[in-house]
Each structure stands twice: as C-alpha cells, then as structure tokens.
Design a protein around this ligand. Structure first.
Ligand code: SAM
Ligand code: SF4
Length: 350
C-alpha cells in the first residue's frame, strides 16, 4: 500500500523524505556547506580584514557555547549539510577547540570537516587536530618575506606559520591550501615565489583578490589587483598554459587551473565577479549565532535567540528553513559599497 502511494507521489517514500528535509533556497540551490566562525578574535590584525584600532569585539557571553554550536551543526547535518569549515577570527585562539572538533567528528552525517587558520598556532596542534577529525586546512599566507608578512598582518610572525604548514602536511591533512591575498605594490612581486613554494611543498594555492569588506572597501586598500592579471603573470612565470582543472569550477568561489603538466592546482578567487553565486551552496554562522545568508549582503537571522528561547529541534529546523528561504540570489559587492564597508571579514569568517 505504502509503495503504491509513493508511486503516485512520483518518488519512493524514503527519497521523498530526504528531499523534503534538504535545505533548498528560492533559486533551487541546495545548501550543503556551513562555515562556522567560532570567534571574532584573532592573534593577527591583517589590514584588509581588521582595522588597526576601534575594532568592536563581540562580548564573549554572546558567543555560542561549543554545546550550542554542536547542536546547531547537528541540525544542519540532519538537513543535508555535510560539509563544515571552522573559521574565525582565528579558530585556534578559542580555548577548547580540540574537544569541539572531537564532538563534531562524532556527528554521523558530517562528511567533511575542515578549518581556515593563519597557522600561527598550528605547528603544536596539527597532529591532534588531524586525529580529532580535521581533514584539511586552508592557511593564509600572503608573503614569504618576514618584514612584508609582518606589515600585512600588522604583528604576525612568518616563522611559526611556515612551521604550521609543514606540520599540517606532516600530519596528513590533505589538501593543504594556501590562500594568498594579492595586493599590488605590497606582495604582488611574490606571485611567482608563492607558486614555487606551493609546488615545492605539494600544497594547493589560491590567489585571492581583495574583497570589498571592512576597510578594504571596493579598493580601500588601494592595492586591488584583478585575477586576470595574476593569471597572466603566472602563465609567463610557468611558461605554460593554464588549463581549467577538471571539476575546477565547483560550488565554491575559486576557479582552478592546472599549470602545464605540474602537480599543483592553482585557484583564483574573484569576489567582484558574480560567477559563483549561481552555484552557491553555503551559508555562514557567526560566533554569536547569526546565520549570514550571503557574504555580500546584510540579511541575517539569529539562531542563538531561537536556542536560548528553548525551541526544540523541529522548531529550530523550521527557523533554519525560514532563513534559507531568504537567501538572496547574489551578492551586491559591485553595487553597494556603503553597506559592505560596515562589516569585517573577521566576524564573517571569510
Ligand atoms: N584567521 C583565519 C585565516 O586568516 O585564514 C580564518 C579567518 S580569515 C577571515 C579567512 C580568509 O579571509 C583568509 O584567507 C583571509 O585572507 C581572507 N580575507 C579576510 N579579509 C579579506 C578581504 N578583505 N579580502 C579578501 N580576503 C580576505
Ligand atoms: Fe586574523 Fe585571519 Fe583576519 Fe588575518 S585574515 S586578521 S589572520 S582573521
């Protein structure tokens, strides 16, 4: 009887249930990826990410506890999200992060747990993080020159970061992706050296255009360098064509290329292009539990309020579904400088 009923509805019952419990936005994009900022604090002050002074920090009591975060992530996982990235601020400065990772790894339907870090504290923790379930890391590395690195990060120290990269590779995190924000007149002379470094390490590399967030504005840094120019430089350096990599245009913002016959994939992230919005599969959770529906739009929904009002799991899931129903079609980086300039990447998690 049940089978006949399912037949009439067009799908076997279990499949229909799964489809109904998925998060699908008004533009038919399935949300499978959650980026979780566990703190807005950071041991660095990269100038394109945070102002030198006057940063308004979130009160720690407003942060979701790890128990609250785990519950929200479990609910997302039950709604079809199978990929979670921990970010910040700097995730490794939040105390208890390792136990939190262990809790998340125990969630049955989470397929992919990763982290974005500046790697300053990674060397001592990479092995434990890998054992706890962090499968891969993205590491910010804007320069290989200690003094330029310090200037960009305002107080950063290159040496522990390079040690952190080695430790991640030694721990078997794969892939290790290096993120270089390319800035004309500051570090663009290292486009080639960074490529050689990534090849030598066997790490993936992504060149990132400065995004119009916080002080960076549309070109608040005054150092904007477009992706096409970066790729042109790389082509000349490698003396080889850049061939779009197989599967190189996934749901993420990066476009990947194979450089000649080389082993390393190189990505470019160009926020001002809208090409990635059509395939967007992600939402972001801030440390205080706001669900940010688009990196380039203001709209957000407080899941913390729902949790602290005592909503049960079904009610929380409905809150999440209602939020996803508000996800906009695309960012407005190109058209609304004023609004994006009010926010900082450190609270959005990149
Ligand atoms: N602290 C960690 C790190 O630096 O990797 C994680 C958080 S950080 C906000 C995540 C990513 O955002 C980093 O790769 C950083 O370079 C990037 N980012 C921050 N502000 C940016 C901006 N204005 N334009 C482009 N990328 C930015
Ligand atoms: Fe900190 Fe990462 Fe922002 Fe740099 S980019 S200030 S390391 S959060």
């Amino acid at each position: 009887m049940k089978a006949r009923l399912s037949f009439r509805l067009g799908r076997p019952e279990p499949l229909r249930k799964i489809a109904m419990s998925r998060l699908i936005d008004p533009f038919q994009r399935t949300i499978r990826y959650l980026r979780v900022s566990v703190t807005d604090r950071c041991n660095y002050r990269c100038f394109y990410c945070m102002p030198s002074q006057g940063m308004v920090w979130e009160e720690r009591s407003h942060f979701l506890s790890f128990e609250e975060l785990t519950r929200i992530i479990r609910l997302f996982a039950e709604l079809g999200v199978d990929k979670v990235r921990l970010t910040g601020g700097e995730p490794l400065v939040r105390r208890g992060i390792l136990d939190f990772v262990r809790q998340l790894s125990a969630l049955p339907s989470l397929r992919d747990l990763s982290m974005s870090t500046n790697a300053h504290l990674l060397a001592g923790q990479a092995e434990a993080l890998r054992a706890a379930g962090v499968q891969r890391v993205n590491i910010s590395l804007d320069s290989l020159k200690p003094e330029v690195f310090r200037r960009i990060t305002r107080n950063g120290d290159l040496e522990p970061v390079l040690a952190g990269i080695d430790a991640a590779l030694a721990a078997g995190m794969a892939p290790v992706k290096l993120n270089m924000v390319v800035m004309r007149g500051l570090n663009d002379d290292e486009i080639e050296a960074m490529f050689d470094y990534a090849v030598a390490k066997g790490a993936d590399l992504r060149y990132i255009e400065t995004m119009p967030v916080g002080e960076a504005g549309i070109d608040g840094t005054g150092h904007f360098m477009p992706a096409v120019e970066i790729l042109e430089r790389l082509k000349r350096h490698a003396g080889a064509e850049l061939v779009p990599a197989k599967g190189g245009k996934g749901a993420g913002p990066a476009r990947y290329y194979q450089v000649g016959e080389g082993p390393v994939r190189v990505g470019v992230i160009s926020a001002l292009s809208r090409h990635f919005c059509d395939d967007c599969n992600r939402v972001r959770l801030t440390a205080k539990g706001e669900l940010v529906l688009c990196l380039g739009q203001e709209d957000r929904v407080s899941l913390r309020d729902g949790l602290r009002r005592g909503l049960n799991d079904e009610e929380m899931k409905q809150l999440i579904r209602d939020a996803i129903a508000r996800k906009p079609r695309s960012h407005d980086f190109n058209t609304d400088e004023r609004r994006v300039a009010l926010r900082h990447m450190s609270s959005l998690g990149g």
